[in-house]
Design a protein around this ligand. Structure first.
Ligand SMILES: [Zn+2]
Length: 218
């Protein structure tokens, strides 16, 4: 296999172990993928993410066919990952059952603007309607909920986040879990006060400014 797909398999394994260490997944209830050109490195089906190594990571093409000589079978949520790569320019996808975000997915239609860090995800986070895991129907619901966002909640299921690297997608899953925890704790003591879209846009501009300063300083 060429070095870039090997690097992608390593990224997937590392991000999987981090999701487990951050308690965003339990057992095999989560999956990670990284796209390299026309191929996708993706977590295997039915493995504990906490112990995943690069050798465990499956490789498929954009139609889901095994690529690069056999290896493990890909995650049951493959159609969700491939649907993202067909319609978005993301290079990494994380799906997990983060506990607080999943709890809110049971009661909310949308996570509102409770914290400015939501600017990192594109705004208020939609909750995709429920459908059976692993189905194209679920993938369709989630892709619609992801429009103009890098994260979505999945009703009575979990979350999905996109990134330009697996690490960025994991960071976004942590941001989403944090914002969900803020909403949960705030709603327990009163009616959450929400930010205006204007405040969120200002936060997004401030984040963009931070990034360009970091770029200039290398
Ligand atoms: Zn799931």
């Amino acid at each position: 296999m060429d070095p870039s797909i090997d690097a992608a398999r390593e990224q997937v394994a590392e991000a999987s172990r981090r999701l487990a260490a951050e308690r965003l997944v339990h057992g095999g209830a989560g999956n990670v993928s990284v796209r390299v050109g026309e191929r996708v490195a993706v977590t295997p089906t039915g493995s504990a993410l906490r112990d995943l190594t690069a050798a465990d990571v499956a490789v498929v093409d954009l139609d889901g066919r095994p690529s690069g000589g056999g290896g493990p079978a890909p995650t049951s949520e493959l159609s969700l990952h491939l649907g993202v790569y067909r319609s978005r320019d993301a290079l990494a996808v994380v799906h997990c059952h983060a506990p607080i975000a999943t709890a809110l997915s049971v009661v909310l239609d949308e996570l509102p603007l409770v914290h400015y860090e939501l600017a990192l995800l594109g705004g208020a986070i939609r909750v995709a309607p429920y459908a059976t895991f692993g189905t194209r129907e679920l993938a369709g619901h989630v892709l619609a909920a992801l429009e103009d966002r890098s994260a979505a909640l999945m009703a009575s299921h979990g979350v999905v986040t996109l990134g330009s690297t697996a690490d960025e997608a994991v960071e976004r899953a942590l941001v989403l879990e944090f914002c969900c925890e803020v909403y949960w704790r705030a709603a327990a003591v009163g009616a959450p006060r929400l930010l205006s879209q204007q405040s969120l846009d200002a936060a997004a501009a401030a984040f963009a400014g931070q990034r360009s300063i970091e770029d200039m300083s290398g």
